[in-house]
Design a protein around this ligand. Structure first.
Ligand SMILES: [Fe+2]
Ligand SMILES: [Fe+2]
Length: 223
């Protein structure tokens, strides 16, 4: 019996995964001028958000169907810019009824997608599934994930870049403190704080390496 349930679940997940993959290739064409990028930034971002949201749903008791569907589809209309949460929600409302996704949960998926806008919030969200998607989406923009996703995106753009500029851009991250403070769920806030610390340490360590700070003897051993 449980096997049947798993199979059914896989069907709608497969359908939305396929739709999202198509959308990432359209975005790659617009962003990098190719449908075959070395690093598919949007795909990497979305799959990371799906994984984090799934885990966060387990930790918080949020509905896993709603959270997973919303995570897959949250950036599906990214090309529409600041309207992409609204447009993504519209897409979910029209696409999910064509699948075996539980119809009574569709509006909650759309709501979570609509709510995911912004890198920080003045007022916290109210629905648990919206909170989980918001937190997972922002967690994927902090820490080492952000460093590697950012570097992949930069290299794909095939424009001149220096390590010095990467460090400068990496340090230009004041918004991340506000993002951490805006996290809704306890596990995400905790993880975000640690990730931000590691992220800041990484730029410090990299700069120290480049300047050979580790070549100097410790003060106590110097004559
Ligand atoms: Fe988004
Ligand atoms: Fe996103």
């Amino acid at each position: 019996m449980p096997k049947k349930k798993t199979d059914t679940k896989k069907k709608w997940q497969k359908a939305i995964r396929k739709e999202m993959l198509k959308a990432t290739l359209r975005e790659a064409q617009a962003r990098y001028g190719t449908k075959d990028p070395a690093f598919n930034y949007r795909w990497e971002h979305v799959t990371a958000v799906v994984e984090l949201a799934t885990r966060l749903a387990e930790e918080t008791g949020a509905d896993p169907d709603i959270v997973v569907a919303a995570a897959w589809l949250h950036d599906i209309r990214k090309e529409t810019g600041p309207r992409h949460p609204i447009e993504g929600a519209k897409f979910a409302r029209s696409f999910l009824p064509k699948t075996d996704f539980p119809p009574q949960k569709i509006e909650a998926v759309a709501k979570a997608i609509e709510d995911h806008m912004g890198l920080w919030r003045k007022k916290p969200l109210k629905n648990l599934e919206s909170m989980v998607l918001w937190d997972a989406d922002k967690l994927a923009k902090i820490g080492l994930t952000a460093v590697f996703h950012g570097a992949g995106d930069v290299l794909n753009r095939n424009r001149p870049m220096t390590l010095k500029r990467l460090i400068k851009n990496g340090r230009n991250n004041q918004w991340q403190q506000r993002t951490v403070a805006s996290m809704h769920t306890e596990p995400a806030r905790r993880a975000a704080q640690t990730r931000l610390q590691i992220y800041n340490q990484l730029w410090d360590t990299l700069e120290q390496e480049l300047h050979g700070a580790d070549l100097r003897l410790p003060v106590s051993e110097e004559e």
